[in-house]
Design a binder for this molecule. Structure first.
Ligand SMILES: [Zn+2]
Length: 181
């Protein structure tokens, strides 16, 4: 059986970005759980950094990267202007292709732009990101959307299940399981 690592950005003690009463850590934990559920349906075991509302530390998540055929951690972007939006993925060049497929899937389901000129792929030294231990250790950081953008946040809340299914499909195809299409 194929095994993949799916982790939630931030942790039980670090909420990440916040918009009103919604925290990035809650969103990423939720998405981790739903994607893991969808993967199980496809016959893929997901190693996670916790079950239910548990969202273990980045240190713990990094230890899980090498246990999966691929490792993905969910995050949300944030910006001081509420109009900033879109999806992007940070990774090493070896993961460029799956990053582009993940970004395309998120863009299709949510109707939001793919950021940048490389299909959403960004190398680890780009931008003002400060959590790249995950990438340095071989994982992918998928910045799903901008939590600071109220339209994108509402779209996420309405579409998180179909979004998770599409993300799980991309992962399944990457590890050679499931349908194409
Ligand atoms: Zn984050």
């Amino acid at each position: 059986m194929s095994t993949v690592t799916i982790t939630a950005g931030h942790s039980n003690t670090d909420p990440g970005a916040v918009n009103g009463n919604v925290t990035e850590a809650e969103i990423t934990t939720d998405m981790r759980n739903i994607v893991a559920y969808c993967l199980k349906d496809l016959g893929i075991d997901a190693i996670t950094d916790g079950k239910g509302s548990d969202n273990q530390s980045l240190r713990q998540a990094i230890k899980l990267i090498k246990k999966g055929n691929v490792a993905i951690e969910f995050h949300c972007n944030a910006f001081h202007l509420p109009t900033a939006g879109g999806v992007e993925a940070l990774a090493q060049p070896k993961d460029k292709a799956i990053c582009q497929k993940l970004c395309e899937a998120v863009s299709d389901v949510m109707g939001i732009p793919v950021r940048g000129s490389a299909g959403g792929f960004k190398p680890e030294n780009s931008g003002q990101h400060s959590r790249l231990g995950y990438v340095r250790n071989g994982g992918i950081i998928l910045e799903l959307f901008f939590i600071s953008n109220p339209t994108e946040l509402a779209t996420y809340q309405a579409k998180k299940w179909p979004l998770a299914r599409e993300i799980a499909d991309v992962i399944a195809q990457h590890v050679g399981v499931g349908c194409t299409g």
